[in-house]
Design a protein. Structure first.
Ligand SMILES: Nc1ncnc2c1ncn2[C@@H]1O[C@H](COP(=O)(O)OP(=O)(O)OP(=O)(O)O)[C@@H](O)[C@H]1O
Ligand SMILES: [Mg+2]
Length: 844
């Protein structure tokens, strides 16, 4: 089409089509016609470029027509560029020239920048229409969500912004769309190369040129091009952006930087679950890109920090660590994901026999889908060849010895669990077994460029109907679905388990693959790609496949083993149901065991925090009476008080029947109180060893009074002795009981520094002393927790031990004993003869 033939009416029509008010369009065309024909570039250095057609400076008349020419050119360029490429294919890609980059940003060339910068209400209706146009045409999305609108209007007003929104809610769009509203470059700081790659690839399909820059890249061609302003969006890891401050300042001067977006901003906080030390250095952005430091800037370059997993503490940390301005706007949406169905199930998780039981449904689902009947093994041998080509694990390499099927040996299993598969907590172990976010290089290239691809594919893209998009309150769009056909991610704590389970699933005929940071990069890239292309049914992954992965149709997230925090759990579970359809999030854990921290390099302070987070996660698993979605969103500080999700296992199956634990609670409490009373009454401070704690015989006890110690005392005084056999199974029950008593405020941790997952050194509280009267038999109904229910299921009675220990735990008896002892003070108080003096040790 010959653009010079466009009449001004046609131009006005085009502008109206694109979302401008007719009056604005008429005025713009009028203004453009009256402009003189010679013009220098419309860019004011360091500020957002003034759009050619709406600025008041001298402009060529042809600038409006240039805009339409650029639209056509853009389409052509897209075709020539072909598909997005990385690493080996980089050389085949034509470099996006400055001219081309501008043409990609074609929307901005006619955008009323001055109005956008003012952010006034009149202008906001204009930019929102503009955004709507871009959304439909570039992203195939019908409208902005309200939090996205809020974040964008904050950016329009040049303000810093903290966006806290649920997983899968569309945070990326908040910063991606800014690249299409100006000609300036958007810089996104992201923690993982796989995540940057994922987003760049998608952007290229939306005709947006982007690149990613990571650490350790020797070939810096892409970096140079990025610093010359040849990409609309630059993704960069925190390590690299800190190094690039000077070149970025030059870029801000030559091309303008529209925004710094800090994605997964919780990584900045030591209190977060994915702490990345380099995120803490990102305060350099605010310091080095403010108008007071760079004279060519009229405004500070806005910073937008985004995350889905920040507790109140972490939110404060983000604002502080990034040195965000005082006017920073916090954009907050609900963390509630109404289409996710949460549940918790018991499993030993470590053993092959558990795999068979726990994955049976999954296997049946996929087997049915493939219409495989009869001999599965035939399918395995047939498929193993194909799988090996993809770098999947060959089913035949599974050996029996890979699994320890020692279900009946709890001690063995506990020991293993505590040392994470029996290995010592050594440097090699850390590197070999667990994945931590210490490094960004989880890809085999640290740089990649992505040019805009043909819009042909995009033209067919259907705009999702309103029905498919859950609104922020959710519920009304949920459709009932019987099963959860679609891709699955299984998250496991260690690399070894990811390989074992992937092997197992391949062995029974599923298309499964392992993903952990120690596997060959080529394999990881292939798995990532195949999963996105729906060639894989299941990925068995460590946290390396967690943050930000955006695949629309993931229907099941299975956590197989305890996550280390609720943040990590919510983050990973958030990979499910990103299309708004129902999805299932199952947590399979050994409910009879307290989880342990996975080894990692932590300071003392970090260890305390890690235990706190693990403990919250454990409580989520033990919970049987509260809506799971409620626990999760309230964990992030949201008020969900009167609501419930109506779809988690607790909401659908209902809480268990309450049990009366009055006698048990009284007994346990009296034992604890009697002990502390005795210690307090001793005129000399006796070592805890004097009370049978921490001596060589009883090494299993810590040197402070813990539950095991109190139970051992109950045990010693049991009558008849062998009735302890009935008590042993109730240890779980007692743990549950102490959790309940702690939650009610009857007991507390003696020294919070020692705090682990469960209460360790137990101390009675004043509230407990008031409310738990040994003689009171008023029922104390509680919901049995998951471990208590498990004990019940295994036919090990939970209740009924109220007579034990009464003889020695009775306060009156204790008082009389103390009085007797005081009559013989010399003997009683002398140290070193504790076994004789210690009332807890004497058998009366
Ligand atoms: N306004 C919208 N309407 C419909 N779909 C949208 C909208 N905004 C974003 N999406 C879609 O939502 C999906 C998830 O987006 P995105 O990856 O940005 O989520 P996120 O909030 O960053 O999640 P996470 O916290 O897991 O990283 C994307 O596939 C995107 O296309
Ligand atoms: Mg994201």
């Amino acid at each position: 089409m010959d653009e010079s033939a466009l009449s001004s009416d046609q131009v006005v029509m085009k502008l109206v089509e694109m979302g401008f008010e007719k009056l604005d369009a008429l005025e713009a065309v009028k203004a453009a016609s009256s402009l003189c024909s010679t013009s220098t570039t419309n860019k004011t250095l360091g500020k957002r470029a003034l759009p050619s057609s709406f600025s008041s400076g001298s402009k060529r008349q042809s600038s409006l027509l240039d805009h339409f020419r650029s639209v056509d050119r853009n389409k052509k360029v897209g075709n020539t560029f072909g598909t997005a490429v990385v690493d080996s294919e980089l050389d085949k890609v034509s470099d996006p020239s400055e001219e081309q980059r501008k043409s990609f940003a074609f929307e901005s060339t006619s955008f009323p920048e001055t109005q956008l910068l003012n952010g006034c209400s009149e202008a906001s209706s204009t930019w929102e229409k503009r955004v709507s146009y871009i959304l439909r045409n570039r992203f195939g999305i019908s409208s902005l969500r309200s939090f996205q609108r809020e974040a964008l209007s904050t950016w329009v007003a040049h303000k810093d912004c903290l966006v806290l929104a649920a997983t899968g809610s569309g945070k990326s769009l908040c910063f991606q769309i800014t690249a299409l509203l100006t000609e300036n470059v958007v810089v996104v700081i992201s923690p993982l190369i796989s995540l940057m790659h994922d987003q760049c690839l998608k952007l290229s399909r939306h005709i947006i040129s982007a690149c990613f820059l990571g650490s350790g890249q020797l070939d810096n061609r892409i970096e140079q091009k990025a610093m010359q302003g040849l990409y609309q969006i630059i993704y960069v890891c925190p390590e690299t952006v800190v190094r690039l401050i000077k070149p970025l300042q030059k870029l801000a001067k030559s091309h303008g930087i529209a925004l710094f977006a800090i994605d997964e901003a919780h990584c900045v906080s030591k209190w977060g679950h994915d702490f990345r030390p380099h995120y803490m250095r990102l305060s350099v952005l605010r310091e080095n890109f403010c108008a007071s430091n760079l004279e060519f800037l009229e405004y500070d370059v806005p910073i937008m920090a985004l995350t889905a997993t920040a507790t109140g503490h972490v939110q404060e940390d983000i604002l502080e660590s990034l040195h965000l301005s005082k006017e920073t706007k916090t954009v907050l949406t609900s963390f509630f994901r109404p289409n996710l169905q949460f549940s918790v199930k018991h499993s030993r998780t470590k053993f092959a026999s558990s795999y068979a039981k726990d994955f049976q449904n999954l296997i049946e689902l996929y087997s049915e889908k493939r219409k495989v009947t009869g001999k599965k093994l035939a399918a395995i041998s047939h498929e193993s060849e194909e799988q090996t080509v993809f770098g999947y694990l060959d089913a035949e390499t599974i050996h029996e010895t890979d699994y320890d099927d020692d279900e009946d040996d709890p001690e063995n299993s506990l020991a293993k669990k505590n040392s994470s598969n029996g290995k010592e907590m050594s440097e090699e172990y850390l590197e070999d077994e667990t994945d931590t976010f210490q490094s960004v290089d989880d890809w085999d290239v640290a740089c990649g460029e992505f040019c805009a691809v043909s819009p042909c594919g995009i033209l067919d893209m259907s705009v999702p109907s309103e029905k498919q998009i859950p609104d922020e309150s959710g519920h009304k769009y949920i459709r009932q679905k019987k099963d959860f056909e679609g891709p699955t991610i299984i998250y496991v704590p260690t690399r070894k388990e990811s390989v074992n389970i992937a092997k197992y699933l391949c062995g029974v005929g599923l298309k499964a693959a392992a993903y952990n940071a120690s596997l060959p990069k080529k394999h990881l890239r292939q798995v990532h790609q195949d999963f996105h292309d729906n060639k894989l049914q299941v990925v068995v992954a460590t946290i390396a496949f967690g943050m930000g992965i955006d695949k629309k149709n993931v229907r099941k997230i299975i956590h197989y083993g305890w996550p280390q925090s609720l943040e990590a759990y919510y983050q990973e579970a958030g990979r499910a149901g990103r299309d708004g359809e129902l999805a299932e999030c199952v947590l399979y854990v050994d409910l009879s065991r307290v989880p342990t921290l996975l080894p990692s390099r932590r300071s003392k302070e970090q260890t305390e925090q890690a235990y706190k987070m693990l403990s919250d996660c454990f409580r989520y698993g033990m919970n049987t009476s509260q809506c799971r979605a409620k626990i999760l969103v309230e964990y992030f500080g949201e008020d969900f008080s009167s609501k419930k999700c109506n779809s988690c296992d607790v909401c659908t199956e209902g809480p268990p029947e309450q049990v009366n634990v009055r006698e048990e609670a009284n007994l346990l409490f009296q034992v604890i109180t009697a002990f502390h009373l005795h210690v307090d009454n001793s005129s000399e401070h006796a070592s805890y060893e004097d009370y049978g704690l921490g001596n060589s015989k009883q090494k299993k006890f810590s040197n402070k009074p813990n539950l095991l110690f109190f139970i051992s005392k109950i045990r010693e005084h049991c009558s008849p002795k062998n009735s302890w056999k009935q008590i042993v199974p109730k240890i779980d029950g007692n743990k549950g009981l102490t959790r309940i008593m702690e939650a009610k405020g009857y007991i507390k941790e003696m020294d919070n520094k020692d705090r682990r997952v469960e209460i360790k050194s137990i101390q009675p509280t004043e509230k407990g002393k008031k409310e738990l009267d040994f003689k009171d038999d008023k029922p104390l109904y509680v919901y049995p927790e998951a471990d208590m229910l498990l004990s019940l299921k295994q036919h090990k009675t939970y209740s009924g031990f109220s007579d034990w220990g009464k003889r020695w735990a009775d306060l009156e008896i204790r008082r009389m004993r103390l009085e007797r002892r005081e009559r013989k003070p010399q003997k009683v108080r002398s140290r070193g003869s504790s076994s004789k003096l210690h009332p807890w040790k004497s058998k009366e």
